[in-house]
Design a protein around this ligand. Structure first.
Ligand SMILES: NC(=O)c1ccc[n+]([C@@H]2O[C@H](COP(=O)([O-])OP(=O)(O)OC[C@H]3O[C@@H](n4cnc5c(N)ncnc54)[C@H](OP(=O)(O)O)[C@@H]3O)[C@@H](O)[C@H]2O)c1
Length: 238
């Protein structure tokens, strides 16, 4: 797929799936604006992308849990480009815990702030740039924890709550932005592995998740794919 010149923002892109997404878009010629909480880590990924090409990358600092950081990031992107084609809301901290008391109040606050307020604010502040695009897409990396009735994960309840907030945002935006021709594409993967065999009896891999994103973004503009849901490998002992 040719993404030559397509302008993409990806949060949480210094490692894990965000990094793989940034590399996948840049490999296809996209111009990537990637962020991480640690600017040095973001710059490291951007440098690697710029050495490899053909796409280019710029690095930014953005802590989604801090509204000012989100606003500064959005303004910095607006200082580099007059339009944005794809926003990938990827950054989100994972926390484990059966019990609410398993993590501190500060951690709960930051997980909710990043997945809830921060994601809403970033989308809000980048929307003018998306509106200036001829092919605008908002991609949301949610989680099966954001599905109604999902209980299989050992994630902390605050992670579930943050992902439900993200899912609620995506749901209403898809409806409200449809008349403006802005697609809102959300993925609800179960736990997946960064690398591994891509076989029917294996866990979902990050590569396959990224292929779903590339597929949806690559569709002609009549095709508004709203959501990807995945059947998890069945535990034979369950
Ligand atoms: N891996 C899975 O099994 C799985 C399953 C379902 C959904 N997902 C979702 O897919 C996305 C990517 O997952 P992953 O596997 O790459 O996750 P990960 O390895 O846990 O990495 C989390 C990413 O989110 C970023 N992040 C955390 N808190 C942040 C904050 N306050 N502001 C900005 N960025 C923040 C991290 O950036 P720093 O480098 O700055 O820490 C990192 O890039 C996440 O939204 C995750 O919830 C993952």
């Amino acid at each position: 797929m040719d993404l030559d010149g397509v302008r993409v923002v990806i949060t949480g892109a210094a490692r894990g799936t965000g990094r793989l997404l940034a590399e996948a878009f840049a490999e296809r010629g996209a111009q990537v604006f990637l962020s991480a909480r640690d600017l040095g880590a973001a710059e490291h990924v951007a440098d690697a992308i710029n050495r490899r090409g053909p796409g280019r990358a710029d690095a930014f600092r953005c802590d989604l849990a801090v509204p000012d950081s989100v606003r500064v990031f959005a303004a910095a992107v607006a200082g580099r480009t007059s339009h944005l084609d794809v926003l990938i809301n990827n950054g989100a901290a994972y926390i484990e815990g059966e019990d609410l008391a398993d993590v501190s109040d500060d951690v709960i606050d930051s997980v909710m702030a990043a997945g809830g307020t921060g994601t809403v604010l970033l989308t809000k502040h980048l929307l003018p740039l998306l509106r200036a695009s001829s092919r605008p897409d908002i991609v949301n990396m949610i989680s099966a924890c954001g599905e109604v009735g999902h209980r299989r994960s050992g994630a902390h309840p605050a992670f579930y709550a943050a992902k439900h907030a993200h899912a609620g945002l995506a749901e209403i935006l898809s409806h409200r932005l449809r008349p403006e021709k802005i697609r809102v594409i959300s993925l609800f993967p179960p736990d997946f592995v960064q690398d591994g065999p891509r076989q029917a009896d294996s866990d979902l891999t990050a590569r396959s998740v990224i292929d779903c994103v590339l597929f949806a973004v690559g569709q002609p503009r009549d095709c508004f794919i709203r959501e990807f849901h995945f059947e998890q490998v069945r535990n034979p002992h369950a």
